[in-house]
Design a protein around this ligand. Structure first.
Ligand SMILES: [Zn+2]
Length: 488
């Protein structure tokens, strides 16, 4: 950051003095995230390399080689039957994997050469096996073709994927659209992206790229970001648990700054929210009130809430992801508790994790296991496997989710997501503007669902280095909700 400040000074710009106390921890975090992304990329490269080695040596791989010599890799379809990946015989007689939608589904569908990723990896077993009937196999034999591998039908929706992909435009970031009642993932976008049709040709170049783009990384599941104010959902839940769901007595007077010893928390862009209650603190995303709320919650309750919401632990996901991290132990200093309460400090969260928590709120507290594969069928349309919605676990009580939902509706009605107000559907959500450097530059977040009274879809969005969630992530959510509800 020092360098940036010097550059600015060189340009002769008058710069306001920095908020001193905030700059130290956030400076550290900025570096932390850059290192983290580089480490993830290294991990992917290393994993595929090591994987290639072990795969070449083990029996499973011998079996795979036999299957691939005999069967051509099966198709991957959208929920409506659009072909997302298929194999054709090249002019050289070798199989060639084709991805008709190119970059749009790059991370979620994945790739099947230079290692495997996405659905190509998680559904590999089905794709390389062929359950075709003998008569069908005889026919393919007679024509001199390999047997067709089984077809994997996903939960993905081409329309929603395209809307999400285009809405993120040239920005870096991630979007997840899912069904909270079933756990089906309808769309998953990550940018920067790559064209899976050219993965083999581009591979070395992508791995050597040290610009921080990390385009092979699926930011939706593997990206770890400061959650910013979206984390207030979790702080609010911890408060509700500490107070038997009674928030009626909460009052706070915001003057834009909250001081606790040496530590200071400021509201976004120094805004002064005046007198606020619990709901308004949330709707207006008042940082100082939430630092105050966070400090009032007992360590035991806060930490238990983090544990129950799957921080620092495994997530029920079939594709590669990174664990979210948030800590609050006996030794956590008050300054860090304040940062934790507003989703800053060392807290790191993946967009898919936030989407799961949002879905649980939308579904009365019960998290359905997220899934991407609906069914597997043979060339003769026989079903090999089908996957039904599955309950993962209850994350919250119904009473807690009723309160959180009304708070998230207030965010739309009178708070930071007002761009979703007055539409033909009622949306609920929470914005976030997560600072990642001492210049107060921020990632824009939104996580929410609609319709608020009977949620059908959940949307989680992060736009890197864009600005406020209300200005840059909420309009993307609106485009996705509009597309889903058929609003012109
Ligand atoms: Zn405030």
């Amino acid at each position: 950051m020092k360098m940036r400040e010097e550059l600015d000074r060189d340009k002769g710009k008058e710069k306001k003095p920095k908020k001193k106390i905030k700059s130290y921890p956030i400076l550290v975090i900025s570096g932390f995230y850059i290192v983290l992304f580089a480490a993830m990329l290294f991990y992917i490269a290393r994993y595929s390399y090591v994987n290639r080695q072990t795969l070449m040596n083990n029996n499973y791989n011998k079996r795979q080689q036999i299957l691939l010599a005999q069967n051509s890799r099966g198709k991957i379809l959208s929920r409506n039957g659009d072909v997302l990946a298929y194999t054709e015989e090249g002019s050289d007689g070798k199989d060639k994997r084709v991805y008709p939608y190119g970059k749009e589904f790059a991370h979620v569908v994945g790739y099947a050469s230079n290692g495997k990723a996405g659905i190509e990896a998680s559904a590999n077993y089905y794709l390389i096996n062929s359950g075709a009937e003998l008569a069908t196999k005889v026919k393919f034999d007679a024509e001199g073709h390999k047997y067709p591998g089984d077809t994997v039908t996903t939960t993905l929706d081409v329309t929603l994927q395209e809307v999400a992909y285009n809405a993120l435009s040239a920005r870096k970031g991630a979007i997840i659209v899912s069904n909270p009642k079933t756990g089906e993932i309808l769309a998953m976008v990550s940018k920067p992206d790559f064209d899976p049709n050219y993965i083999a040709q581009e591979w070395d170049k992508m791995l050597a790229d040290d610009s921080g783009d990390a385009q092979l990384l699926n930011r939706a599941t593997q990206g770890l970001y400061p959650p910013g104010s979206t984390f207030k959902i979790i702080t609010a839940l911890a408060y509700l648990r500490d107070n038997n769901n009674d928030y009626s007595g909460y009052k706070y007077s915001c003057n834009g700054k909250f001081k606790d010893g040496e530590d200071v928390i400021s509201c976004y862009h120094g805004e002064n929210h005046g007198g606020v209650d619990f709901i308004t603190s949330f709707a207006k995303s008042c940082n100082t009130s939430f630092a105050n709320i966070g400090l009032s919650v007992s360590q035991k309750t806060f930490n238990q809430t983090l544990e129950e919401l799957m921080f620092n632990s495994e997530l029920p996901l079939s594709i590669a992801y990174t664990k979210s991290s948030a800590t609050y132990d006996q030794d956590t200093p008050r300054g860090e508790i304040m940062q934790l309460s507003i989703g800053q400090g060392t807290t790191g969260m993946s967009p898919i994790h936030l989407n799961m928590i949002t879905c649980a709120i939308a579904n009365g507290g019960v998290l359905m296991k997220p899934y991407l594969v609906q069914s597997v069928t043979t060339e003769d349309k026989k079903t090999v496997a089908s996957f039904e919605p599955e309950t993962y676990k209850r994350l919250m009580t119904k009473e807690e989710t009723d309160i959180l939902t009304s708070m998230m509706v207030a965010v739309v009605e009178k708070g930071t997501a007002s761009k979703l107000k007055g539409l033909s559907y009622t949306a609920a959500g929470k914005t976030g503007s997560a600072e990642f450097n001492s210049n107060s530059d921020s990632h824009a977040w939104f996580t929410g669902f609609a319709p608020a009274d009977d949620p059908e879809i959940c949307v989680t969005i992060i736009v890197e280095n864009a600005g406020s969630g209300g200005s840059y992530a909420v309009p993307i959510a609106k485009r996705i909700f509009d597309a889903y509800f058929g609003v012109e």
